[in-house]
Design a binder for this molecule. Structure first.
Ligand code: TXA
Ligand code: MG
Length: 312
């Protein structure tokens, strides 16, 4: 059921059930992070392997402090500036967070989402909420309540409707190794913005995929059912009714099946439309989706990361 009834969502979560929740990045599949049965059900509903840990959501930095062993100063300063927002921080967890949430790691991913309904929800709960993106494992993340319903409606009692996600890409994941900042997943906060906020340049971007430190980094991920083909030049494509195109900026030619991420070439707009566009193309009677990489700066970098994985 899709509904924007906050009280009802709170009461489902309190009784150990799962609720899909809106965030500024993508919709999450939420459950009580301290309740191992609820956490196990998240993995089950998503069909997600247990080695892929979950992000823990809380309403503010003070709330996060209750669940960490300590908060490295460098990361705290960044979190103070970025939360609520599309940033996830890996921190040493304390004993309150079950190992199931972190797949056995001593580090836990924490995030304070910037979505009014979900912030109110988190404030109304006396436990943190574990929430991966609310899609079956490996598929495109949902950015509307309807996207969640398309795949999970039968499996969960409620989808809390907070409208479309305004960022549209998952959070950027960071941590600290030997006092040096590391980015584990490119996402809704660009590396350039992060560097400005941190006051240092970031050289460690560990998002490679064979043995993922932060999954979501698996080589094939965020993938629609239709084959996604990244082309260097549009001249490499055969244009007919069996293929679809994902454009950005001026369309190179008219095509029967096409979606434009941003006609004016705006990366923010493209990020917010990426997953909905892939889902829309996936529903068409076509065999392949042709697309090109976007400019590799700002959010373009995270969008390109998703396109490469969708085509892997
Ligand atoms: O924007 C987001 O982050 C969304 C919304 C719902 O908050 N959530 C999300 O969750 O994208 P998910 O599960 O689809 O991706 C979380 C990624 C995983 O791929 C996982 O590898 C990484 O975060 N992660 C979580 N906990 C971790 C940990 N303890 N150590 C390393 N990586 C971790
Ligand atoms: Mg995901």
């Amino acid at each position: 059921m899709i509904s924007s009834n906050l009280e009802e969502a709170i009461s489902y979560l309190q009784s150990g059930l799962l609720v899909a929740i809106p965030t500024e990045t993508v919709y999450g599949l939420a459950g009580n992070a301290l309740n191992e049965r609820a956490v196990a059900e998240i993995f089950q509903v998503k069909n997600r392997p247990y080695f892929d840990p979950l992000i823990v959501h809380l309403p503010g930095l003070e709330a996060v402090e209750k669940y960490v062993e300590y908060f490295p100063e460098k990361l705290r300063k960044i979190a103070e500036k970025c939360w609520p927002g599309p940033l996830t921080v890996l921190l040493p967890k304390n004993h309150l967070i079950p190992d199931l949430v972190t797949s056995g790691s001593s580090l836990c991913a924490f995030r304070v989402p910037d979505q009014p309904l979900t912030l109110a929800l988190l404030k109304g709960l006396d436990f943190p909420v574990a929430a991966p993106s609310a899609n079956p494992f490996g598929y495109v993340s949902p950015t509307t309540a309807q996207h969640v319903a398309d795949q999970l409606a039968e499996k969960i009692p409620m989808i809390l409707d907070g409208g479309s996600c305004f960022v549209g890409l998952e959070s950027t994941i960071i941590g600290c190794e030997n006092d040096e900042l590391v980015v584990y997943r490119l996402g809704g906060l660009s590396v350039e913005d992060l560097e400005l906020i941190a006051g240092e340049s970031i050289t460690k971007i560990k998002t490679s995929s064979s043995k993922p430190a932060a999954p979501g980094m698996l080589e094939s991920h965020y993938a629609p059912k239709k084959k996604v083909v990244l082309v260097e030049s549009w001249a490499d494509c055969v244009v007919d009714s069996t293929v679809g195109f994902l454009f950005f900026g001026d369309a190179p030619f008219p095509a029967l099946h096409q979606v434009n991420l941003s006609e004016k070439g705006d990366l923010l707009e493209a990020a917010s439309k990426l997953f909905a566009s892939l889902r829309a193309l996936d529903r068409l009677p076509i065999e392949k989706i042709y697309t090109q990489l976007l400019p590799d700066n700002g959010l373009g970098r995270a969008i390109n990361d998703r396109l490469k994985r969708a085509s892997a």
